[in-house]
Design a protein around this ligand. Structure first.
Ligand code: SF4
Length: 274
């Protein structure tokens, strides 16, 4: 079973000071860049560093199936969360779950097929997404699925039709923005019924005003890595103040993972599960 995630925003603190488990659950690896925030994509760099595969980010190439046990893992995580009487968060860190459907390959770069009604057909990421949203989400009431995408216009297109009127309680839809040019994604996210969060990370430019109407959580952070773009903590202070004014929980991730986060920005707020 995969280990617990170290991503801080998946792990709220319990009353006794310990951290709840959080999980990264990837159905596949690979994606395609969407906006300027993708330039130093952590997932792409990680896949390239550890598996020497830059092609997974090719717009026309297949995505890779990596962790065969993901479906078992999800069941195990549900059992553990239920036993603890908690909601444990799950997030796919190496993919964008609302990317268009793509073919898949295995570790040996071979096309992956599966049987549908006795016929062997290519296994697509769209099929995996459907299985996840249609069967895993309802079967895991103790997992809070944080569906983060830079493609919010695809959320309703690729989600089960009933989610338009009755979004599952254990799902939170998120989008990721980096600069004022991306703010239109918030309006697309707001068009999706359900609970919503915004990941403003990496923030690469000052955003003086932000309308958080309909947004339940704001995560902010600078970029890390050797080619990181500059981040100014005053940008985060402005967003912290906006969150306060609009009553939205605020989570500060990192400055650049080299310089420490200033004390007044050490804020790790989480939305309550409703
Ligand atoms: S959308 Fe996310 S996973 Fe895809 S390229 Fe951009 S940063 Fe990477």
């Amino acid at each position: 079973m995969a280990t617990e995630s170290t991503i801080e925003w998946l792990r709220p603190q319990r009353a006794d000071g310990s951290l709840m488990p959080g999980h990264t659950g990837n159905l596949w690896w690979g994606c395609e860049e969407v906006h300027a925030g993708c330039r130093e994509c952590y997932a792409r760099k990680w896949a390239n560093r550890h598996h020497k595969d830059k092609r997974l980010w090719d717009p026309e190439r297949a995505r890779r199936l990596v962790i065969k046990s993901i479906w078992d893992n999800l069941r195990s995580w549900q059992r553990a969360a239920q036993k603890a009487g908690e909601m444990h968060r799950v997030f796919g860190s190496m993919m964008d779950i609302y990317e268009k459907s793509m073919a898949t390959v295995d570790w040996l770069d071979k096309d992956v097929y599966h049987e549908v009604e006795g016929v062997s057909v290519p296994l697509t990421t769209g099929f995996l997404r459907d299985r996840y949203l249609q069967t895993v989400v309802p079967a895991t009431p103790n997992l809070w699925h944080l569906l983060l995408t830079k493609r919010p216009s695809n959320i309703l297109k690729f989600s089960p039709p009933e989610w338009r009127t009755a979004p599952p309680q254990n799902v939170m839809f998120g989008t990721s923005i980096s600069e004022p040019a991306n703010l239109r994604l918030l309006d697309l996210l707001r068009a999706v019924p359900g609970r919503r969060f915004v990941s403003l990370e990496p923030q690469i430019a000052y955003i003086p005003e932000l309308d958080l109407t309909g947004i339940d959580w704001l995560i902010v952070g600078g970029e890390s890595g050797g080619l990181r773009r500059p981040f100014n903590p005053d940008w985060a202070r402005r967003l912290r103040d906006i969150s306060r004014e609009q009553g939205v929980p605020f989570f500060m991730k990192q400055w650049d993972k080299v310089q420490p986060v200033p004390a007044d920005l050490l804020i790790h707020e989480f939305p309550a599960y409703a």
